[in-house]
Write a protein that binds this ligand. Structure first.
Ligand code: ADP
Ligand code: MG
Length: 247
């Protein structure tokens, strides 16, 4: 088992005259949180899209768990264990927390079941859903409608749905956005525990969260990685301070 789970090699992506990513290379190792920071428009979301498979790179490749996945679509990459979270719209708001998790577990098995009622009564699916909800701390609200959850709880549910699919790595684009100080602190503790389950490539603007969580930090500016290193080294890096963190 290699230490590097996700290996991004020389990714370049252009939108017309804009080069959103320019020869970006970085890795995600087992057990780590690797934070990707940088100013608005730096190309962070574009990079995540290319790793998840929703965007095709113009050059470069994405290797996951020892395989070149560059030609695979998002569904195939998800099946391979690459989970992209925090697309809130993928939750069914009128259904309960448990129902969402059970449907996640069903999707992961690729099983076809005709009746919603049968799906919800399936004890194996319910067990997988319960374990995932337990892990993210949402079992207490399993019977609540998703529409009644807080913003932060919905994000935790996104992770629970991903967990039902036994991901090997998480891609997260700004999980703290819109959470407020208390919600961000709670999410920080949550992500801290999640890293043991699967490593996280974390795009985040909240620098308190980044420096509390990250094992490594990469800084993207105008589509280029200008530095990768331990949080302390990144904080002190003169180019990073000039380009992004400020004094
Ligand atoms: P970040 O997530 O770091 O804020 P993005 O990856 O969203 O940055 O955007 C990087 C650059 O690519 C920006 O200049 C943005 O305007 C441009 N861009 C992103 N997506 C598209 C698109 N679909 N079409 C054209 N330009 C895009
Ligand atoms: Mg973005």
């Amino acid at each position: 088992m290699t230490e590097v789970l996700l290996d991004i090699r020389g990714i370049t992506k252009r939108f017309g005259a804009v080069t959103a990513c320019e020869e970006v290379s970085l890795t995600l190792r087992r057990g780590e949180i690797h934070a990707l920071i940088g100013p608005n428009g730096a190309g962070k979301s574009t990079l995540i899209g290319q790793i998840a498979g929703s965007l095709r790179p113009d050059a470069g490749s994405v290797w996951f768990d020892g395989h070149d996945v560059t030609a695979l679509d998002t569904a195939a990459r998800a099946r391979a264990g690459l989970a992209r979270t925090f697309q809130i719209s993928s939750l069914a708001m009128e259904m309960t927390v448990l129902q969402n998790a059970v449907l996640g577990a069903l999707g992961a098995r690729g099983r076809v079941m005709r009746f919603f009622r049968d799906v919800m009564r399936d004890s194996a699916l319910r067990a997988v859903a319960r374990e995932a909800l337990d892990r993210v701390g949402l079992w207490d609200v399993a019977a609540h409608r998703v529409g009644d959850l807080s913003h932060g709880q919905r994000r935790q549910l996104e992770v629970a749905v991903a967990l039902t699919q036994a991901p090997k790595a998480f891609l997260m684009d700004e999980p703290m956005a819109g959470l407020g100080a208390e919600g961000s602190a709670r999410m920080t503790r949550f992500l801290d525990g999640l890293r043991q389950h699967a490593p996280i490539l974390l795009v985040e603007h909240d620098m308190d969260a980044v420096f509390a969580l990250a094992d490594r930090v990469s800084v993207l500016v105008y589509g280029r990685v200008i530095a990768t290193g331990a949080p302390d080294a990144i904080r002190r890096d003169a180019r990073v301070r000039e380009a992004y963190l400020g004094d």
